[in-house]
Design a protein around this ligand. Structure first.
Ligand code: SF4
Ligand code: SF4
Length: 202
């Protein structure tokens, strides 16, 4: 049979033990938390890259991306050329009250227009306020951390390799053109008459 008051004594002992230890409580909001670089806080939109392909909205499992656009005709770049039409973004919004932060929209975007930002201070008291429009999503782009440095042993990205080869080719062509121009401009040595031996002389 337990001694009466032993539970209370045990509880007090625990209280006394923990009273002298440092608390691990994060003093937010006075102290900002140190978040990992790949924190999924909110989604930023780099709208300059968005071609309104609708892939993100189609793949979002929660159907919480809203995109509106219209078509615009771009005049032909050269005389006799063909007019082109392009999509112009009118609205891009994400309802963060539905979003489950799966990141599928960011993964599927073929044009690098969506990014994770560690920003997390956008709580609202009204759920309707959690639908954020393109201006706010564009603003969050400023909080997206720079990508980590490439692994020095990694294969060169195709885009960079292509750009480097094109630059090397252009440089070689310019050097060849400069060499040809220098050769053409160089003074030519006068031609000397070679004495001819009359036939029959030996
Ligand atoms: S993170 Fe997932 S749920 Fe949220 S908008 Fe993107 S695809 Fe939709
Ligand atoms: S997938 Fe990317 S480019 Fe396409 S609509 Fe979405 S954000 Fe824009």
């Amino acid at each position: 049979m337990p001694i009466p008051g032993s539970g209370l004594a045990k509880g007090l002992a625990v209280t006394l033990r923990t009273m002298t230890k440092r608390a691990h409580t994060a003093q937010y909001p006075e102290v900002q938390p140190e978040l990992p670089p790949r924190t999924r806080g909110v989604i930023g939109l780099f709208e300059e890259n968005c071609t309104v392909c609708m892939l993100c909205a189609r793949e979002c499992p929660d159907w919480c991306i809203y995109i509106d656009s219209h078509k615009e005709t771009v005049p032909a770049a050269t005389p006799g050329g063909r007019e082109r039409s392009r999509n112009v973004l009118d609205r891009f919004a994400i309802d963060f009250s539905l979003c489950m932060y799966c990141g599928i929209c960011i993964e599927v975007c073929p044009f690098d227009a969506l990014f994770w930002s560690p920003e997390f201070e956008y709580a609202e008291t009204d759920i309707l306020e959690l639908t954020h429009e393109r201006d706010k999503l564009r603003e969050w782009m400023w909080t997206v951390p720079a990508p980590p440095a490439l692994d020095p042993a990694a294969e060169e990205p195709k885009e960079i390799a292509g750009a480097r080869k094109a630059a090397e080719k252009a440089e070689a062509a310019a050097a060849a053109a400069a060499a040809a121009a220098a050769e053409a401009a160089a003074p030519r040595a006068p031609e000397t008459d070679t004495p001819t031996t009359p036939e029959g002389d030996a």
